[in-house]
Design a protein around this ligand. Structure first.
Ligand code: NI
Length: 169
């Protein structure tokens, strides 16, 4: 089932998600819906608050559905170490048509639970590292527009208000 993606400034996007405690069939159905929604939107990652569920859960698939082994479910994820810095462009399904350069750690090591509740650790570099940090930010109620420089944030907020006024947002 394709879920509705909430756009900025929906208040749920700015709320920290609650930890996931039940690893049941309902959770696995939700994970499947999250992937389906990500693919339908041609995204590479989606966090539960973006579909109106204030939980610490995110899905990532850099292959956009082409490689099953790239499907990544991160539940209650934490960044346990990071190194380096990269300044690259990124986007967000809650900010359609907005792409901007944002500083992120070049490499991260994360700890998370899978959809069965099993803890694992994993390293991410380059785009995967960026995507992990972007999605984990969503679980803390942090949006990429607030990682931009003040100048770019204000330009983008103005662009959003203009689109809202024209009924295009
Ligand atoms: Ni996003």
């Amino acid at each position: 089932m394709i879920l509705t993606i909430r756009k900025y400034p929906d208040p749920i996007l700015s709320q920290p998600g609650e930890p996931v405690t039940e690893f049941d069939a309902e959770l696995r159905k939700f994970v499947a819906d999250m992937f389906e929604t990500t693919y339908a939107s041609q995204g590479i990652g989606l966090a539960a608050p973006q579909v109106g569920v204030s939980k610490r859960l995110t899905v990532i698939d850099l292959s956009m559905g082409k490689k099953p082994e790239d499907r990544l479910v991160l539940i209650n994820p934490e960044i346990i170490s990071s190194e380096g810095k990269l300044y690259e462009e990124e986007g967000c399904l809650s900010f359609p048509d907005i792409r901007e350069k944002v500083v992120r750690a070049a490499k991260v090591r994360i700890r998370a639970q899978d959809e069965h509740g099993k803890w694992f650790e994993m390293d991410g570099e380059e785009l995967l590292s960026r995507c992990m940090q972007h999605e984990i930010d969503h679980l803390d109620g942090m949006l990429f527009i607030f990682r931009m420089s003040a100048l770019k944030r204000n330009l983008n907020l103005r662009k959003i208000r203009k689109m809202q006024a024209e009924g295009e947002w």
